[in-house]
Design a protein around this ligand. Structure first.
Ligand code: SF4
Ligand code: SF4
Length: 317
């Protein structure tokens, strides 16, 4: 089997069928468009000799493949028995089957205003080694979304860029996008995901019953509040940015729920319930942050971690 794939995006918008993974800073850049959440995913560990098969494509993992998996896990993932990803993500009603930034003409409305880096990586997966991206393409190429757009094609094509040539990434733009997304995930770890992992350790990652809520290959979505509390603790400026963000999110959640209520769909109900939980968590967090701000104003205490302040501030125009 020749693991060669070509790719040509016509910007048809078909894969923009849900809100993307984003950095926290990217969520702060679009506080009125994306409802933020934390997505915790279970990522399968790999063993030498393991056979991965997608349709007619397969790979038998060798020591080098597994070492690459482990290297990615060391820098981007969290180990608690199994391996987990922790990322910020947009959240919306699955029944809408669209990203909130997808315009009616099928284009991305924020293409020039800070489109998430994740969207530049499509259709590749930054959490898998480059040597296995052909399997990602094989799987996505067979999926309903991509079959419909025919943007992923096996073999070399005159009308498409060569993305993977005999199992090796062949497109420098794709390599660059993967590298930038991985660097962004490392930065997320330094800014907040490690702190959130530590904060959730006892209640989630050390609890088999709680972990059972995360399906294999699936996600658990929770409120963004643990991430906000982490960055808000850095300085008064960060706290102000978080309070502003919470205000925008509360208004957005209210609008989103109001629209859902007019749709009157049964399958929207659990999502509405979760959004109300997010709003409740935001209200409590805001009260806490306002209270801390008042105490600090009285005491004149200011913490400082310039990298986090720059990270959050850079996201706000
Ligand atoms: S489905 Fe394919 S062609 Fe359409 S926007 Fe996504 S990557 Fe581009
Ligand atoms: S942000 Fe833009 S490119 Fe990304 S999923 Fe949404 S509409 Fe598509």
């Amino acid at each position: 089997m020749v693991n060669t794939f070509s790719f040509s995006c016509s910007a048809c918008g078909r894969c923009c069928n849900s809100p993307p993974s984003m950095s926290l800073a990217e969520l702060f850049r679009h506080p009125n468009r994306f409802i933020g959440c934390i997505a915790i995913g279970r990522v399968a560990r790999r063993r030498p000799g393991e056979r991965l098969r997608v349709g007619r494509h397969e790979a038998v993992l060798d020591e080098a493949d597994c070492a690459r998996f482990e290297a990615l896990a060391d820098t981007l993932l969290y180990r608690a028995g199994d391996t987990f990803s922790i990322v910020a993500q947009g959240f919306d009603y699955p029944s809408l089957a669209r990203c909130p930034a997808l315009a009616d003409d099928g284009r991305c409305a924020i293409h020039l205003q800070g489109k998430p880096l994740t969207c530049e990586v499509v259709p590749l997966d930054p959490l898998l080694p480059d040597s296995l991206q052909h399997l990602v393409l094989a799987e996505r190429g067979d999926s309903a979304v991509y079959v419909g757009s025919a943007c992923i094609q096996e073999g070399k094509r005159d009308d498409a860029a060569l993305l993977v040539d005999e199992g090796r990434l062949a497109d420098p733009h794709a390599e660059d996008a993967l590298a930038r997304r991985r660097r962004a995930l490392e930065q997320e770890r330094a800014i907040w995901t490690q702190a959130v992992f530590d904060a959730l350790r006892a209640d989630l990652f050390d609890s088999p019953a709680a972990l059972a809520r995360i399906p294999a290959g699936g996600f658990l979505t929770i409120s963004l509040v643990p991430a906000l509390l982490c960055v808000a603790a850095v300085s008064s400026r960060c706290r102000e940015l978080c309070i502003d963000y919470i205000d925008s999110q509360l208004a957005l959640i209210e609008r989103s729920i109001a629209q859902a209520l007019t749709r009157r769909r049964l399958d929207d109900r659990p999502v509405t319930q979760q959004l109300r939980g997010f709003a409740n968590a935001y209200q409590h967090a805001k009260a806490r942050l306002v209270n801390v701000a008042a105490v600090e104003r009285r005491n004149g205490k200011r913490a400082a971690r310039p990298d986090v302040e720059v990270y959050l501030s850079s996201a706000v125009d």
